[in-house]
Design a protein around this ligand. Structure first.
Ligand SMILES: Cc1ncc(COP(=O)(O)O)c(C=O)c1O
Length: 461
């Protein structure tokens, strides 16, 4: 075990040590992957030495992936885990703690409660707020939607078709998907218009709720963005909290990646009002530098989670939560779950909050730098300014103003820049216009990287 473990530690450390010099991405299709990896289709009857197994992975599997921890991985929402966080994950799986119920994993579960309490404090949510770590942001939001549905309807399934919920058109797709999974009709997920800075318009929200009530629907949930995926926009969190309170609706805030910016003064100011949410989605596998998978749901009233999820079959009566015990299986859909808390706890203890705060602040500064470089370039145009780590822009040569031509040009630029394998950037659409989008969340990224990527975009153009 020691020899095998050291082999893996050496392998991963060597990969991370040279990741900057590797291609950021190496996308290939399924057909090519099948040929290049050439993995035997049938599971072997006899075992084989570990070194050979690892060598096969190194030669035929690992080359074909995007290097998430690469400093120029700036597409989608990047994830750059710390090495201690990776080791924390390994410890959790090595021990194979069963973090679903209290009685068999009191120690690791105490770590999860500690981590949840950290997050609560960072966001300024009230004492008593609790929740659980999840596979990701999507599952956290689904958990919230199910809890909100249960709070609204209990077991009155016959009223499901009348449920209505509200988020901005800029909400992450996981919000609408959570609604559908929870039984809310697709047609009743209201995408409320946003303003010129991509923030939900409270007047439109109030009007949509009034319209639905008049039509006999049952509004039950408002979801706010605290760092929208497209642009980093933060919805008017206080105004939405006021509407939720007045209308007696559950108020969920999706702070999947931007929530950890609350560790910085600048981020905390941007997130003001998040503390009024009934529940919040966070994603430590984004800006808290832990490896996939780690999301989090915080709920102001943990009993509302239990009301929705608690079940007690005969074969689990032995592990029923007693006294102050917390069975995380009672707060979400997973019974068997591993201790995701360990990777968070190990990494935060190893580096300390000052280092993590500094890394987050630096990413925000680098997004500002990217915005400035775009503004300074005569052939580039900002489409949405830097917010948290995100900036959206496009190539816009003077004199080229046809929207379709600009879209086509930027689509080609995105493809050409990515084809160099020296960056991974992604695109989106803002008010219909094709936009290039950089998301800078990696503690390895430097100002030189940002300059190089902007230059690469201009050269591609
Ligand atoms: C704002 C926001 N919410 C939710 C999600 C979904 O999180 P996950 O991919 O961890 O399920 C994302 C992912 O990028 C996101 O940016």
């Amino acid at each position: 075990m020691v020899r095998l473990g050291r082999r893996v530690a050496d392998l991963v450390a060597a990969h991370l040590a040279r990741v900057r010099d590797e291609p950021v991405q190496h996308p290939i299709g399924r057909r090519e992957a099948r040929d290049l990896a050439a993995l035997p289709a049938v599971a072997p009857e006899a075992g084989a030495p570990f070194d050979g197994i690892v060598a096969t992975l190194q030669a035929r599997v690992f080359p074909y992936h995007a290097r998430e921890p690469h400093p120029r991985f700036m597409g989608y929402v990047p994830s750059a885990p710390t090495f201690p966080a990776v080791l924390g994950d390994w410890i959790a799986t090595g021990y194979n703690f069963f973090a679903g119920v209290w009685s068999v994993a009191a120690g690791p579960n105490e770590v999860e409660l500690t981590v949840l309490e950290w997050f609560r404090g960072w966001l300024g949510l009230p004492d008593g707020t609790r929740g659980l770590l999840t596979s990701g942001g999507s599952n956290a939001t689904l958990t919230a939607v199910v809890a909100a549905r249960h709070a609204a309807l209990g077991d009155r399934a016959e009223d499901l078709p009348r449920l209505a919920m509200y988020c901005s058109g800029q909400a992450h797709s996981s919000v609408a998907r959570a609604a559908w999974i929870a039984g809310v009709p697709r047609a009743n997920v209201r995408l409320v218009p946003s303003d010129d800075r991509f923030r939900l318009r409270p007047d439109a929200l109030a009007a949509a709720i009034a319209r639905d009530r008049a039509a006999g629907l049952v509004p039950f949930l408002i979801v706010g963005n605290a760092g929208a995926t497209n642009t980093g926009a933060v919805d008017p969190l206080h105004a939405m909290a006021d509407i939720a309170a007045r209308e007696r609706l559950w108020y969920h805030v999706d702070a999947a990646y931007a929530g950890f910016a609350a560790l910085t003064d600048r981020g905390r100011a941007l997130l003001a009002g998040i503390e009024r949410a009934d529940s919040v989605t966070l994603d430590p596998h984004k800006w808290l530098y832990v490896p996939f998978e780690c999301g989090c749901l915080l709920a102001r009233d943990p009993k509302a989670l239990e009301a929705a999820f608690h079940v007690l079959p005969d074969y689990l009566r032995d592990v029923e939560a007693r006294d102050q015990d917390v069975n995380f299986a009672d707060a979400g859909e997973q019974l068997t779950r591993y201790s995701r808390a360990l990777k968070v706890w190990v990494s935060v203890n190893y580096f300390g909050l000052a280092a993590i705060r500094g890394a987050i602040a630096e990413c925000m500064r680098l997004a500002d730098v990217a915005e400035r470089l775009v503004r300074e370039a005569p052939d580039l145009e900002v489409l949405s300014p830097a917010q948290f780590g995100v900036v959206c822009f496009r190539v816009h040569p003077p004199g080229t103003d046809d929207p379709a031509a600009l879209d086509a040009l930027n689509e080609r630029v995105n493809a050409a820049a990515n084809a160099t394998q020296r960056v991974l950037m992604s695109s989106t659409r803002l008010r219909g216009a094709y936009s290039l989008r950089l998301c800078i969340l990696n503690y390895r990224t430097t100002e030189d990287d940002v300059r190089a990527v902007i230059e690469l975009v201009r050269a591609s153009a």
